[in-house]
Design a protein around this ligand. Structure first.
Ligand SMILES: NC(=O)c1ccc[n+]([C@@H]2O[C@H](COP(=O)([O-])OP(=O)(O)OC[C@H]3O[C@@H](n4cnc5c(N)ncnc54)[C@H](OP(=O)(O)O)[C@@H]3O)[C@@H](O)[C@H]2O)c1
Length: 423
């Protein structure tokens, strides 16, 4: 999407965590609206700012002063929930090319309420519940965005769901239907099937008759992905997913969605049936820890999939690349997809799965949660989560981790006892 927004205003010198910034524009200071301006000047709002590339601590909470004012074609939105994406983790490490120079407020999707209209905006009203899509800058309590980057939410949709829908479902939809041309009785391999895009893809596959869905995920998530609609869950961490898939379908699959890159793209291509389609849309293999790993970058580059035009002709397969961040000027294309998705949502055919919600103050924990592969579905950030809810959230996180450790200890004990008995 174009960047004539509040997001672009982030490209400013760094600020201290507690230091406030003036966000109001001088031209807004008109004597006729003195009272409003005074109120606006007293406003403060939270913003999550990436100040340098690196670990979880590089995204910091800033308190900004003044109310951003929408310019021509923009609306001011009070943000209630924000979606976290894998790309935000890559951005933190300096591996995402769609960001301006630092410091910058991260976040490419959110949901909230329209508070003010800029000049010329006729398609939105104050009080509208909207979802917002932008290249960056949406992890803020207040954002100014072009009105055509906002989408009206159905009344029954929660802000958390609204913040979880756009990036994941647009991506999955365009891969499966625009590129993949998914048809009844076909088969699909969905990598990262328990994640945000993975969950969306599985639900969308289920809207087509008799589609066989192979889904890779950590073993502990298999029950969840089965419930979501995966026909054959595969534990890619302890088994070779190619072998596992071929045991069930010797000929392979019709579509592979590849968010991994590196050597996995080649494996995915080889898994295609004749006339099959591979859609490459990510490079998750680049992420091996908190910080950028040059070894992983080199390995991925060295193992990169490459094919000549003649080889492609002989293969009878299609290879496509998809990047939503590079479709930001394609407003009509995206709007049509969103309308289709909202129709599916209202009919109960798709429903974003919320894994967890974190207050802005715990953005580091939220990033760690996603990167340590603990999520099933979407991770959401809340700008103003009530204190009690935030504390409960933190305690539940600690309890979940403790439960996991206890379960692992119990498993290890059983294994040790079994070994002892064998000996
Ligand atoms: N091109 C585009 O326009 C576009 C748009 C959206 C997303 N994407 C891509 O789609 C993929 C999924 O994105 P998402 O936002 O929905 O995230 P997500 O799937 O929720 O990401 C987290 C999950 O990915 C799995 N995973 C696999 N490799 C991982 C790694 N190296 N580090 C951490 N987790 C890893 C883990 O699940 P398991 O435990 O099950 O392995 C983890 O729980 C990413 O590659 C992303 O870049 C691309």
């Amino acid at each position: 999407m174009s960047t004539g927004t509040e997001a672009a205003k982030e490209n400013q010198p760094p600020t201290e965590e507690t230091k406030t910034e003036e966000a109001i524009k001088p031209e807004q200071q008109n004597p006729d609206v003195e009272e409003t301006v005074a109120a606006q000047r007293d406003t403060t709002f939270k913003s999550l700012v990436l100040s340098a590339h690196g670990g979880y601590d590089k995204v910091k909470l800033h308190i900004k002063k003044g109310c951003p004012a929408p310019t021509i074609g923009e609306v001011l939105v009070r943000v209630k929930a924000c979606g976290m994406n894998f790309a935000d983790l890559m951005a933190r490490q300096g591996l995402y090319d769609r960001l301006p120079s630092l410091p910058v407020s991260l976040g490419m999707e959110c949901a909230g309420i329209v508070e003010q209209l800029g000049e010329g905006v006729t398609d939105r009203q104050v009080g509208d519940k909207v979802m917002v899509l932008n290249r960056f800058g949406l992890w803020q309590e207040l954002v100014c965005v072009q009105s055509n980057h906002t989408f009206l939410m159905p009344v029954e949709m929660s802000f958390e769901e609204g913040a979880a829908l756009l990036v994941n479902y647009i991506t999955a939809y365009m891969i499966l239907f625009n590129f993949g041309n998914l048809k009844p009785n076909q088969s699909v391999l969905v990598h990262m099937a328990a994640g945000g895009v993975g969950t969306a893809a599985v639900q969308l596959c289920k809207t087509v008759e008799n589609v066989t869905i192979f889904g890779t995920a950590s073993a502990c998530k298999h029950e969840n992905i089965k419930q979501n609609g995966v026909s054959h869950p595969i534990d890619y961490r302890t088994n070779d997913y190619v072998e596992e898939l071929r045991k069930i379908s010797q000929k392979g699959v019709d579509i592979v969605m590849d968010p991994l890159g590196g050597p996995d793209t080649c494996k995915s291509f080889n898994l295609l049936k004749p006339m099959g389609k591979l859609v490459i849309y990510g490079a998750a293999n680049l992420l091996t820890g908190q910080r950028k790993n040059l070894m992983a970058l080199a390995k991925s580059w060295w193992n990169q999939f490459s094919i000549s035009a003649m080889q492609l002709i002989h293969s009878n397969k299609a290879v496509c690349g998809f990047h939503l961040g590079h479709l930001d000027e394609e407003i009509d294309l995206i709007s049509n997809v969103v309308n289709t998705l909202l129709d599916l949502y209202v009919k109960g055919k798709i429903k974003p799965r919320i894994d967890s919600t974190f207050p802005f103050e715990q953005v580091g924990d939220a990033m760690r949660h996603l990167q340590e592969r603990k999520n099933v579905g979407k991770v959401i950030l809340i700008p103003d989560m009530p204190k009690e809810a935030a504390e409960k959230n933190a305690n539940e996180g600690v309890k979940k981790d403790a439960d996991k450790v206890a379960k692992k200890e119990a498993r290890d004990e059983t294994k040790n006892e079994a070994k002892k008995e064998e000996n």
